[in-house]
Ligand binder design. Structure first.
Ligand code: SAH
Length: 214
């Protein structure tokens, strides 16, 4: 296998697995099955890159399983509304890279400086041109690029952050793993002219959203 691409066997494996798990959006299936996940994880774990598992990425953080990334991405899709997206929790950049193929522009925020810099360097090397990398506290969002058509949180807060909702467009959507008394539930939140509506989707397990930067 060439270093930067994913083999057709692996593509087929991912495709059939995601389909059997209920992922139906063809753009999401296309991107997920061609994204070389092995480039985003530590060399020692590369033989597990295409398993359906969350994996450590250093700094006590994890990359989510391909299924969870696909599921959250599918929940973000609105065919005619794929302009600006904000990601909270850049981590290793796998989700950011997928978003960059689907949205016109991605802003991604990470609070751990060495991780933020390592990922920014990797994605620049991979020639992603439509991603703005921000070192900061995701609870603040990033007003300079707001409003966003979509926001995705890849770390779990205990409440839906009001500051983030306020950075959505008037019909924007947000996908997040909400911690409810120790149990995490995936929610899709939708801004509408009649108010903000939230829908519970699934049980999930993410690292906690932590305040401040390190
Ligand atoms: N999307 C990532 C998932 C990484 S895990 C990926 O594909 O790899 C979640 C990330 O959220 C961690 O890197 C963690 O440091 C970050 N995080 C947690 N709290 C945060 C906050 N307040 N602001 C920004 N990032 C945060």
């Amino acid at each position: 296998m060439s270093k930067d691409i994913i083999s057709s066997d692996q593509q087929n494996l991912i495709l059939s697995r995601l389909k059997s798990q209920g992922i139906t959006d063809t753009s999401v299936l296309d991107i997920m099955s061609t994204m070389p996940r092995h480039l985003f994880i530590e060399p020692a774990l590369k033989n597990r890159a295409y398993d359906d598992d969350a994996l450590p990425i250093g700094f006590s953080q994890t990359i989510s399983s391909p299924y969870i990334v696909a599921k959250m991405t599918q929940l973000l899709m609105e065919e005619d509304n794929m302009g600006k997206v904000l990601e909270i929790g850049t981590g290793c950049g796998y989700q950011s890279a997928i978003l960059a193929k689907l949205f016109t522009h991605v802003t991604t925020i990470e609070r751990i400086k060495p991780l933020q810099q390592k990922t920014e360097n990797l994605l620049k090397k991979l020639e992603y041109k439509n991603i703005k990398f921000v070192y900061g506290d995701g609870f603040d969002g990033y007003y300079a690029n707001a409003p966003y058509d979509a926001i995705i949180m890849t770390a779990s807060p205990s409440d839906i952050p009001e500051k983030l909702v306020s950075q959505l467009t008037s019909n924007g959507r947000m996908v997040l793993p909400l911690n409810m008394n120790g149990k995490q539930k995936l929610f899709r939140v939708k801004n509408t002219k009649n108010g903000v509506f939230k829908k519970e989707v699934d049980d999930v397990l993410f690292v906690p959203m932590l305040e401040g930067v390190i």
